[in-house]
Structure formats: structure tokens, C-alpha cells
Write a protein that binds this ligand. Sequence first.
Ligand code: GLU
Length: 504
Amino acid sequence: MTDNVRVRFAPSPTGPLHMGGVRTALFNYLYAKKHNGTFVLRIEDTDQTRYVANAEQYIIDSLEWCNIPFDEGPGKNEKFGPYRQSERKELYKQYADELLTKGWAYYAFDTAEELDAHRKDHEEKGKTFIYNWHNREKLQNSLALSEEEVQAKIAAGEKYVVRFKTPQDETLVMQDEIRGTISVNTNTLDDKVLFKSDGMPTYHLANIVDDHLMEITHVIRGEEWLPSLPLHTLLYKAFEWKAPKFAHLPLILKPVGKGKLSKRDGDKLGFPVFPLEYKNEETGEVSRGYKEDGYFADAFINMLALLGWNPGTEREMFSLNELTKAFGLKRVSKSGAKFSPEKTKWFNQQYLQLKSNTLLANLFVPMLAEKGIEREIGYIEKVVSLIKERATFVADFWELGGFFFENPTEFDEKAVKKQWKEDTPAIMEELATVIENIEDFSSKNIEALVKEWIAAKEIGMGKVMQPLRLSLVGALKGPHLFDIIEMIGKEATIQRIQHAVSNL
Ligand code: GLU
């Protein structure tokens, strides 16, 4: 096992964390825990134009809800801090300067308008403008201008950026822990900006410098960063630093059709793409979250773990601890993983069955309170034990078992038509008397005595049981009928039968 594994989750606080981001965080977390390593959170907020104030807290809250907290990060074990790139601002310039001195970077003075003009000009000729080896000597930069011209421009306060000088005619051979060997010809790369005219580093420079300074050993991130790998590899080479190992996770795909799962898919098909509800402070728009939609964090995490990773067996249910043991990059797939909202529900239903009745009852209490219902917790626990089998969410409990708390006021019309016959009221009245006289009011005993009476009367079981269920529940649904009778008690049972007789 590798010693001292240090991984990082490095989101940009530009909005709520997409579930793909949570999956990246999760895989980093699992990898760290598996190797007794450290899981670092770094906030990559160098792009001031896309900064969103409440996003960082949202990210931290999301990791917490998912139960995958970071070991090191903003406000926590700040050994390698600060962990917000905006607070490390002063530190990056010296690295840009180092690359300039070493000849791995150059000043570029081209204005946005000039670059735009080049782009348009290329487009008209059916070409794409790439700022790199084949035209950089003709543009406004320190490779094309004389030393004096460059110094004069800088002295005059002209705006400049620092660009990476990509080497020409080289084949880069890189290793990805998931994808294996990847080769790229450097002539296809553009000379990316490393340092911006506003004095801030770009993502590329800050990311590499920080991964180095924070002693990151493994970079585990989304596939969308794979195109940056050649530049990052070259940057490590330019700095003469040991590069971490890289692993690029497959995309999470739409449930139907092609492409990356987006918020729009969620809106269209009715599922959240964010872990927690998110309010856009600017537009006021509120996006749904898994938490608020009633998902258990462990179910959500279990589902996410299997998006792009498999244990090598058919097994699907994994606690976080079990995931930590089973996880490895070897079983992360190269191809995209289709997200399934149905499977996510299935996981929640499975996890709900594993929760204790006490916990579930306590989650049900506020929903009951909203309806003005207050019962002792022992009763609610019993109700939960009888209905949870059919529930996917705690929110289903009322639909599945509201009749344990309230007499039915409405009756399923179709069922009434089919089951409530002319002779039913008489049978029900007699049954009410039978029930009235039962002393030991346990489900088993009630069942035995009622069935005895049915047998003695020589009528069909259905002729009694179905109307009885209708009277007690209002529909032909619910758990074992005699359990219901025991639970609601003699008085309510008889009341309900009488109500049905006089109303149906
Ligand atoms: N800041 C990048 C992001 O938003 C980090 C990419 C990386 O992990 O290198 O995802």
C-alpha cells in the first residue's frame, strides 16, 4: 500500500455542487480512507467573474450531509493552508516568473480585440485559431518582440498575460490510473494562459502549484479535465517537480439519450441533480436536493459509488465502510455511467428497510404533527414496522398508513361497487357485535374468533374480509387486517364499521 496518500477535491465555487462533483469527492474520500490517507478540500476560486458567495458553504454542507467530510481544508487542520486560492493569490506570481526565467513561458500583450480578430479571420478561411507554435512568433508577445520592446510595454503599464510555451514536435506519453497510457503530440496543444492580466493565476497554474505545495499524491477528478492532462504534465516537467498520479473518472450520463447528465435532465424527468436544495441568490430560483426530497445520505452515496465503479460482483448494497474496503481505481470504468432515477429510488427503499423503526418513527412524527396528530412514539413505531416494507420514502408513510391515525372519511368507489353488496350491512353489523365481545384483543385472537364466526355462518371469507377492510381503511390496501384491528383498537374498529354501514 502506498504510504501517505494525499488526495484533494478541488471544486470551483461557481454554484451548487452537481452530483457528479459529489461522486468525485466520494471517490477521493474512499481512496484516502482506504489508504489511511488524507482527504483535502481546496476551493479553486481564482475566477472572480464566476464566483458565487454561498457556493463554498454549500459544498461543505453537502460533504457533511453525505458523511464524507474532508480532513484538511478551509478552517480545518490548516497544515498546508490557506485552502482558498484567492487567499494564496500572492504566492502564484513567483511560479509564473520562474517559468518565464526558465524559458517555459512568455509574456503576451495581445488584446482581446486582436485575438477576436484573429479568430474571425481564421473562421472565414475555415480554420480554427490556436495560439501556439505555428503562429506565436507572429503575435504580440515576448517571443516575437525584442527584450527592449517587452520591457517598454511592461513599464508603460500595458496589460499582459503569461502564456505557457508548449514544446514543439514532442510526443507526450502519460499514464492514467483508469485509462492506461495516453499519448499526445504537443503540436496539437495551445499555449494556455497561466497568469492573467488581473494578477490572478489561471486554474492550470494555481492547480499545479497547489497540488505540489499540498503534497498531493493522486489527482482523482472528472473526465472533463483529461484534455488538461498534457499541459499539467508539461508543467510538472517545467518546474522539475514529481507529478502525482492521475485518474480521470468517467462522466455521469443522462438516464435517456446521450451526453452528460445536466440539471435540465433533472428538471425534465423530475429528479434532483444536487445533494441539497439550493437557492440561487440572484434569481431566487430554488433547485431540489436529494436530502429535501427524502433520500437517505447513505442510499445516495451507495448509488453514486456504483456510477462508474463496480465491486467485481453482483453485490449492490454497500455501507460507507464497506465501500472504503472494496474501493479501488482498478474497477473504475473508462466509459460513462448512466444515471438511473429509478435505481436511486430503489436504493432508498432498500436503505429505508434497514433503518430502525425508532428512527423512522421519529422522522414520521413531524409529518403527523403537521396534520395535528400526536401519538405516543411506541404506537408510531408499530405502525412503521407494519407499513415500511412498501415505502420508498418516509413521506410515503401517510399514504400507506394514515388509517392507523384517522378514521377513513372517503372510500374507494370502485372497491365499494365491487365489494359492498346488499347483504353486506347486515353481515357487518353482526361482525361488529362479534368484535365487541372479544376480550383478548390481540391480532391472533381476533383473527381466530372472526374466522370461527365466518366458518359457522358458512359465508365466503371475501364477503366479510373485503368489506371489513374497506370500512377500516377506506380502500382495499394496507397490511394484515387483524394487525390493523389490534392497533386501532376495539372502539375505533366498531366506530368505523358503523360509519361504513350508515354511509355506503
Ligand atoms: N477547479 C476544478 C473544478 O472545478 C478542479 C479540477 C481538478 O480537480 O483538477 O473541477
